[in-house]
Design a protein around this ligand. Structure first.
Ligand code: UD1
Length: 416
C-alpha cells in the first residue's frame, strides 16, 4: 500500500543522519549535461525525484551508474534532446534540463513540467529569460520546442526572485558567448551549491551568495567529483517533529549555517537548538507563544518548504498564531487534513490562523504534496492514537525512508 501507519505519543530521542539535499542534487545532476565526460556526484539522496532525474538523463543518452550514494554520470554519448513525457510530467525540476540541454545540444522539445501541486507554478519566466539569450521557443498546448544557434550572454533583470529561473539561467550562461548578469538572483543555499559545482568544473561565476550573479561564459567545463551537502529541509522536518513530540534529537550533518531563520523561529517557540561541529542538537517541546507570526520568504527568510511543518508545531504550541505564505499561492492544502486530526486552523487568503487545541487525535489523512505529507507524519507522531497517512509516494519524492528515520528516533511507525 501507498501509506504510512503511525502510533502517536512517543517522544523522539536519539540521532539520525541527514541525507543529501534534493534541491541541490537535481540542478547539479542537470549541470552534468554541460560537461563532456564522467562526473561523480557523492551523497545524492535515494529519493524518487532523483531517480526520475537519472531516468531523464539516461533517456538523453547519458550512462548512469550508482553505488550507495555515489552517482556517476557519463555524458559522452548524449544522443537525444527530446525528453520523455512521462518523466517530465511528474517532476518540475525537469525544466532545469532546458538551459543545460540548450547549451549542450542547441535544441530541446519537452512537455510542460509537473511537480508538487502547490500553486500554478508556471514556467513563463524561464521561457522569457531564455528567449533573451537567443532561444527561439514555439509553444504548443502540451509542450514546447526550444532552439538556439548559440546562447548569448545578456543582462537579465527579473521581475521577482525565482530559484528555478536563477538555476536555469546559470546553466544556460556558463557556456554562453559573453557575460550574463542575473538580478535579482535567488540566494538559496542550493544556488550556491550549484555554483560551487560549476566553479569546480571551470565555470566563471562571481557574486555567489548575493542577489547579483555575474557569469562569464567559458569554452568548456571539465569532469569533477563533487559532494552534495545535507538537506536543510529534511533536517528542518526532523527538527519540527522533535518540537511537537518533545525529546532530544541530534541531527547529524544538518547544515546549521543555512538554517538560521528556522532556528530563530524554533527558539522563539521555546525549543533549544545547539549547533555543533557535525550537526545540531534539538531539545524540548515548542510551547511558547509566537505572536509576531511566521512569514515565508526567499532565503535567508523562513523557507516555504517548512511552512506546513511549522504549522503543525504552532497548532500544538498551546497558543494562537498565524502563518503567511508569500512564495506559493496554494500551499495550505494540509489544513483540512490537520483539522481532521483535531486542529483548529482557518485560512483567509495567504494567511492561516491557528487556534490552540489541547491535542491532536489519530485519523486517516491524505498527503497532497511532498512537505505537507511529511508534516502530516509529524502531526501523527504527536497525536493520540493511530493515524494513517495515505499517498506515501509524495513523501518518497523527497525523503529516503521517513519511517526508518523516525523509527531510529524511537517512533512507532511502519509502512502500511
Ligand atoms: C524551488 C524548490 C522548491 C521551493 C521553491 C521556493 C527545487 C527543485 N524546488 O522551486 O522546493 O519551495 O524553490 O524556495 O529546487 N514562478 C512564476 N513563473 C516562473 C517560475 C516561477 O510565476 O516561470 C513563480 C512560482 O509560481 C512561485 C514563485 O515564482 O510563486 C517562486 O518559485 P520558484 O522560486 O521558481 O520555485 P521553484 O524553482 O519551482
Amino acid at each position: 500500500m501507498d501509506a504510512i501507519r503511525i502510533y502517536g505519543g512517543n517522544c523522539l530521542t536519539g540521532q539520525t543522519k541527514i541525507q543529501g539535499s534534493k534541491n541541490a542534487s537535481l540542478p547539479v545532476l542537470a549541470a552534468t549535461l554541460l560537461i563532456n565526460g564522467t562526473c561523480e556526484i557523492e551523497n545524492c539522496p535515494n529519493i524518487s525525484d532523483v531517480f526520475h532525474m537519472l531516468r531523464l538523463l539516461e533517456s538523453l543518452g547519458c550512462k548512469i551508474t550508482r553505488e550507495e550514494g555515489l552517482v556517476r554520470v557519463d555524458t559522452g554519448q548524449l544522443s537525444e534532446c527530446d525528453m520523455p513525457a512521462d518523466s517530465v510530467g511528474v517532476m518540475r525540476s525537469s525544466i532545469m534540463l532546458l538551459g543545460a540541454l540548450l547549451a549542450r545540444a542547441g535544441s530541446v522539445s519537452m512537455e510542460y513540467p509537473g511537480g508538487c501541486v502547490i500553486g500554478k507554478r508556471p514556467i513563463d519566466l524561464h521561457l522569457r529569460a531564455l528567449r533573451r539569450m537567443g532561444v527561439e521557443i514555439t509553444e504548443e498546448e502540451e509542450g514546447f520546442c526550444a532552439r538556439t544557434s548559440g546562447l548569448q550572454g545578456t543582462v537579465q533583470e527579473l521581475p521577482f526572485v525565482s530559484v528555478g529561473v536563477t538555476e536555469n539561467l546559470i546553466l544556460a550562461a556558463v557556456l554562453a558567448q559573453g557575460c550574463t548578469i542575473i538580478h535579482p538572483a535567488a540566494r538559496e543555499p542550493e544556488i550556491q551549491i550549484l555554483c560551487d559545482f560549476l566553479q569546480s568544473a571551470g565555470a566563471k561565476i562571481t557574486g555567489v551568495g548575493t542577489d547579483r550573479l555575474v557569469i562569464e561564459g567559458v569554452q568548456s567545463l571539465h569532469p569533477v567529483r563533487f559532494r552534495v551537502p545535507a538537506d536543510r529541509i529534511v533536517a528542518g522536518t526532523y527538527l519540527a517533529a522533535c518540537m511537537v513530540t518533545g525529546g532530544r534529537v541530534f541531527l547529524q550533518d544538518a547544515p546549521c549555517e543555512h538554517m538560521q531563520s528556522v532556528f530563530a523561529c524554533a527558539r522563539k517557540l521555546g525549543t533549544e537548538i545547539s549547533c555543533e561541529r557535525d550537526g545540531v542538537l534539538v531539545s524540548g517541546r515548542a510551547c511558547e507563544p509566537f505572536p509576531e507570526g511566521l512569514v515565508t520568504a526567499c532565503y535567508p527568510g523562513f523557507p516555504t518548504d517548512l511552512q506546513s511543518l511549522f504549522m503543525v508545531v504552532m497548532a500544538l504550541s498551546g497558543h494562537s498564531g498565524w502563518i503567511e505564505e508569500t512564495v506559493f499561492e496554494n500551499r495550505f492544502r494540509i489544513v483540512p487534513e490537520l483539522c481532521r486530526m483535531g486542529a483548529d486552523i482557518t485560512v483567509q487568503g495567504a494567511r492561516a490562523y491557528i487556534h490552540p487545541v489541547e491535542c491532536l487525535h489519530g485519523a486517516i489523512v491524505e498527503a497532497k504534496e511532498l512537505r505537507g505529507g511529511a508534516a502530516l507524519v509529524a502531526a501523527a507522531l504527536a497525536a493520540e492514537g493511530t493515524s494513517i497517512v495515505t499517498n506515501r509516494h509524495y513523501i518518497d519524492r523527497g525523503y529516503e525512508d521517513i519511517s526508518l528515520s523516525f523509527r531510529e528516533l524511537g517512533a512507532d511507525i511502519e509502512l502500511a
